[in-house]
Design a binder for this molecule. Structure first.
Ligand code: HSE
Length: 322
């Protein structure tokens, strides 16, 4: 039942919220991490690349821990495993790096023992760990996800992103933890703000599913989290206001930030101007940032069940950025 050759999975990054869909909407992005997993006599880790800095290489490692959750749930005992990891997803920037580790670890562990757990079961387990389904759902299923998490089970619908949809992310050099970015949120909001967000989030889902690019900008406004998080990301309020007039279809804080995300029509001739505007504006506020043009990733996590005998690095070579 255990795949002795081991498994390797490729997991996309993700952006959550898309403005008004706080803890609800997620989209997978064409930036990836890879996790290899094998049965072993002693637990060991091979962490490659800059994005692994600071990650633990013992049994406290998140990927090790989520793998054990999967084994427990499946009734399998496999305490010693070899884990290899490489990631191009920047850490703690609002691009779902921890969600990709959770999904990668769970899916790899499940594949290693013959996939006894369904994807929906893994989604429930991952949502429970994260506390919300938006990033993990996007990394697991790919595309655009709208999801409801009731604390036990996640219901979701996956939408295929429009082929003309392109994504520009501006990633500040500084890190912002999700827990810090959640602490600034109020416990209560007014009915007016609730209606403001429900209506826009609903419109955004309909606009994305029907390719109504004309409505995306207005649908992406938010009163639930972005106004409160603005103080944590200098320049953000101005960018949210101005970027739609500079060539973005819509703009939002990516997840809990600090990355800012612009949805762009692939054919837009002002793409370079938009990029320059975003970087220059952040610079005006003293923030060094880098810009990346990404695509929505239609694929969620992909499993290579028969990992060839060559090494993890040989296997992912040619795909990674470094
Ligand atoms: N929906 C979450 C938030 C995403 O905005 O806090 C962060 O992982």
């Amino acid at each position: 039942m255990i795949r002795s050759q081991g498994v390797c999975v490729k997991v996309p990054a993700s952006t959550a919220n898309l403005g008004p869909g706080f803890d609800t909407l997620g989209m997978a992005l064409s930036l990836y991490s890879w996790i290899g997993m094998k049965e072993s006599e002693h637990t060991q880790f091979h962490l490659y690349g800059d994005q692994m800095n600071g990650l633990t290489a013992d049994k406290t490692n998140l990927v090790y821990q989520v793998a054990q959750l999967v084994f427990d749930e499946a009734g399998v005992s496999l305490p010693e495993i070899e884990i290899s990891m490489y990631s191009d997803i920047p850490l703690t920037r609002g691009l779902g790096s921890s969600a990709s580790a959770i999904i990668g670890g769970m899916v790899a562990a499940n594949a290693l023992i013959g996939s006894p757990l369904s994807k929906d079961k893994l989604f429930d387990m991952a949502s429970r760990l994260e506390g919300h389904p938006d990033n993990v759902g996007a990394s697991l299923f790919g595309g655009i996800i709208t999801a409801v998490w009731d604390g036990i089970h996640a219901d979701y619908i996956r939408m295929e992103p429009h082929t003309n949809l392109e994504v520009l992310v501006v990633i500040p050099e500084f890190q912002l933890s999700t827990s810090d970015a959640r602490k600034v949120l109020p416990d209560q909001i007014s009915r007016e703000d609730a209606v403001y967000n429900i209506s826009r989030s609903s419109l955004l889902v309909a606009a994305l599913s029907q390719g109504r690019f004309d409505l995306i900008g207005r649908a992406m406004s938010d009163r639930l989290h972005q106004p409160y998080r603005a103080s944590l990301v200098p320049g953000m309020s101005r960018i949210l206001e101005e970027a739609p007039n500079r060539g973005a279809l819509g703009v939002a804080l990516s997840g809990a930030g600090p990355t800012l995300l612009a949805l762009v029509d692939r054919g837009n001739l002002r793409k370079r101007d938009l990029e320059t505007y975003l970087l220059d504006t952040m610079k005006e506020y003293g923030i060094q940032a880098s810009a990346r043009w990404l695509d929505p990733s239609s694929d969620g996590v992909i499993i290579s069940e028969n990992m060839p005998s060559n090494s993890f690095l040989d296997m992912i070579k040619g795909e990674v950025e470094a």
